[in-house]
Ligand binder design. Structure first.
Ligand SMILES: Cc1cc2nc3c(=O)[nH]c(=O)nc-3n(C[C@H](O)[C@H](O)[C@H](O)COP(=O)(O)O)c2cc1C
Length: 312
């Protein structure tokens, strides 16, 4: 018995991807029982970006590791990775995958740093932090410290050199156990398997029984494309930056030091490719301008918020 196996959107890959395979007894019985609509996707014949799109959409939601690392020259780095999880407690092990860039084929700075110094911290990402971690994920030059770009705060570590992220209620210090390289090609994975050597948990999210309160910790997780989920609520959209962004360090001083705008608000304003022109600092109207910008940012109206800050 033979049947048609389709890979991907058949209009797009028709000649490249359609192959024939014998139908196993299990597959035949699935077909007979009514599962007619299953398509097969073969990674050997399908373009990697398209297979990646399906994988990250299907294996979701994934927790997000916000990884802080330091190179041997002391340069710091902070970047999010959602090919990530923990795998046991004796010893406690975590792993994440900084892939070779799908666009350039280059290794991620996080991986280069950890291979040099064998240490990192992994901070869990909350809803309040999500704009800041997205800003940290933009492709900056090696040596740019994403703590500075994202406005996140360093939390001193105890057993490793890289700091954690103070805004996160759950921070793991970790040492590299194994590095597995799966090919050095565009999009190839690297598994960084690390032992957790210290855990920091904010008391505010601890339950009386020594667990974690799932509502108070308020984690976010990544799905495919621009989709995230807030564990206690549901889906939302935040497109991933593909070019370097302004960053909080380049915001005008009045905005950076605002008594009204939060780190999340600043990250929203700083997630543009260029700073809007026409901004003038004015102490007399600061409170009204910043309050109105904050309201607009709550509705994700970033350009309108910039206008409000500029007094328009
Ligand atoms: C939520 C989120 C999850 C991400 N997950 C991964 C991942 O698992 N693997 C990866 O290679 N890149 C991932 N990225 C992209 C990296 O964060 C991005 O390439 C970053 O620039 C890497 O920084 P680095 O080169 O400074 O280490 C993710 C980005 C975001 C926003």
């Amino acid at each position: 018995m033979w049947w048609l196996v389709e890979s991907g959107q058949h209009e797009k890959y028709s000649s490249m991807c359609i192959i024939h395979l014998p139908l196993s007894a299990t597959e035949q019985s699935l077909r007979n029982s009514g599962f007619h609509d299953m398509r097969l996707f073969d990674p050997e014949v399908m373009p990697h970006p398209d297979f990646h799109r399906l994988l990250v959409g299907g294996v979701a939601p994934r927790p997000i590791a916000l990884v802080s690392s330091i190179g041997k020259d002391g340069r710091g780095n902070l970047s999010p990775f959602s090919f990530f999880n923990v795998f046991g407690v004796n010893p406690p092990v975590l792993a994440f995958s900084p892939a070779y860039s799908g666009r350039t084929g280059l290794p991620k700075h996080t991986m280069l740093n950890i291979l040099e110094t064998k240490e990192c911290t992994v901070s869990i990402v909350t809803y309040e932090m999500v704009h800041q971690i997205s800003l940290a994920s933009a492709p900056y030059e090696r040596g740019v410290d994403e703590f500075v770009k994202s406005g996140l705060t360093k939390l001193a570590s105890v057993k490793v050199a890289p700091p954690g992220v103070a805004e996160s209620p759950f921070v793991m210090e970790a040492k590299l156990l194994h590095h597995l390289d799966f090919g050095k090609k565009h999009g190839s994975a690297n598994l960084m398997i690390c032992e957790i050597v210290m855990l920091h948990v904010n008391e505010a999210v601890l339950t009386d029984k020594g667990g974690i309160d799932p509502v108070l910790i308020d984690q976010v997780a990544r799905l495919g494309g621009p989709y995230y989920t807030r564990a206690k609520r549901g889906l939302f959209v935040l497109p991933q930056p593909s070019v370097p962004l302004v960053g909080i360090d380049r915001l005008p001083e009045e905005i950076r030091n605002s008594p009204i705008l939060s780190g999340r608000n600043l990250a929203q304003l700083a997630s543009l490719e260029e700073l809007p022109s026409g901004f003038i600092e004015d102490d007399a109207t600061l409170e009204a301008r910043h309050t109105s910008a904050k309201k607009l940012l709550k509705a994700d109206e970033v350009l309108a918020a910039w206008k409000a800050l500029s007094g328009h």
